[in-house]
Design a protein around this ligand. Structure first.
Ligand code: LMR
Length: 387
């Protein structure tokens, strides 16, 4: 049977992580997968998480099944973080195995509701968006987004693509910290989109994986909330991998707004049951404990602020180093979150890896949160050499 398998496509992000692991050169630098690293290169367990875990070990009395919606207290905490209310009218939240699991669940939901729908993703987008949508049997289209020549938003091209969307179209947006470009919509753009949603009736689908890494927890949801008010139906997928540092615990959520809450809930339960049944609880319980304790929540917010400020400072230092070497970096300074794209071709990216042991994702995405400040000059020299 298995000899008939078509060889699997190589994952552009996880394959970089694997190649990096196998590289024996001691000075190697991993700017691939989107994980936060502190100054010593570690991806730490956050102090708030550690304290919540200690508490959890003491008080948890059972590991029995929890239910198809996952951890209900986590769902409330996430809904509050995303929408500013724990139980907003018309919304239903379900815990998912990471945001990738949430993307797939929502893709299955779209396919079950409107099999002919087209999901529109940005050019470029998170490398897993199109494969997940296609795996659910959906059609995928691309809308213009990044101007790769100067790292800016192709604003008018973007809006003219959106102007052609209507019922049957799903517009997949990045809530903040666009992956891979770092180019975010401004509030005026979100306002314009909100007006278009109301007039045209397409369904917004917001992926919020880097909440708090852009400008702050409130600011990073402001655009999404405008769309939530303007839309009759809307999809949101949420990740706690980055801002709670819970990567391997696979802690995510799917939030859906609809006029048919009972039907929607039953369908989501069915889709979950026919796939993974229930999401893992540990990360979700940790998030619930943190958000229910004002002390732990304050500690977590502080740690998140520190991470965001560190990434921003690394971004500024890299922009300065590149500017000193004659590169145009105005937009690089303005980008938000962990990522930006360097204007490098395939050859330049391969040369960085082969000659300097610097690993970045195909297309030129770098993870600034993986960059040790001591290595900024070395990176700037290597980038200038290959560009
Ligand atoms: C990334 O974009 O590097 C992360 O979201 C990791 C992943 O799952 O792809």
């Amino acid at each position: 049977m298995f000899q008939n398998l078509v060889p699997a496509a190589i994952d552009p992000i996880l394959s970089v992580a694997e190649a990096f692991r196998e590289d024996p050169r001691p000075h190697k630098l991993d700017l691939g997968v989107g994980v936060y690293r502190d100054v010593s290169g570690n991806t730490p367990v956050m102090a708030a998480v550690r304290q919540a875990e200690r508490w959890l070990v003491q008080v948890q009395t059972s590991k029995s099944y929890i239910g198809l919606a996952g951890n209900l207290r986590f769902n409330q905490a996430v809904t509050q973080l995303v929408l500013g209310h724990a139980e907003p009218a018309g919304w239903f939240t379900l815990q998912t195995p990471g945001a990738s699991g949430g993307l797939r669940l929502l893709a299955d939901l779209i396919a079950a509701s409107r099999p002919t729908a087209t999901v529109w993703i940005s050019d470029p987008s998170y490398v897993n968006h199109a494969p997940i949508m296609r795996a659910a049997g959906l059609q995928v289209g691309q809308y213009p987004y990044l101007d790769a020549t100067d790292g800016s938003l192709r604003r008018e091209a973007f809006f003219s693509a959106v102007a052609g969307m209507g019922k049957g179209d799903v517009l997949l947006l990045h809530g903040c910290c666009h992956n891979p470009s770092g180019v975010d919509l401004e509030m005026a753009d979100w306002q314009r989109l909100a007006g278009m949603v109301t007039r045209q009736g397409f369904v917004p689908f917001v992926d919020l994986a880097y909440h708090g890494f852009g400008a702050g927890l409130e600011q990073d949801t402001a655009g999404l909330r405008l769309l939530a008010d303007a839309s009759e139906e809307m999809l949101v997928v949420y990740s706690c991998s980055k801002h709670f540092g819970l990567y391997r615990e696979r802690t995510g959520a799917a939030l859906v707004k609809s006029a048919e809450p009972a039907r929607l809930k039953a369908k989501l339960f069915e889709l979950a049951r026919h796939s993974y049944t229930m999401p893992p609880d540990h990360g979700a319980e940790v998030v619930a404990i943190i958000m229910e304790s004002s002390e732990l929540a304050a500690l977590w917010r502080n740690e998140l602020d520190t991470m965001r400020e560190r990434i921003q400072s690394t971004r500024d230092q890299l922009a300065n180093a590149l500017a000193k070497r004659g590169m145009a970096v105005d937009n690089l300074r303005r980008h938000k979150g962990m990522f930006s794209m360097l204007p490098l071709g395939e050859g330049g990216i391969a040369q960085l890896r082969n000659d300097a042991a610097i690993y970045i994702v195909a297309g030129g995405r770098i993870n600034l949160a993986g960059l040790d400040p001591d290595k900024i000059d070395m990176l700037a020299d290597a980038v200038v050499k290959v560009s």
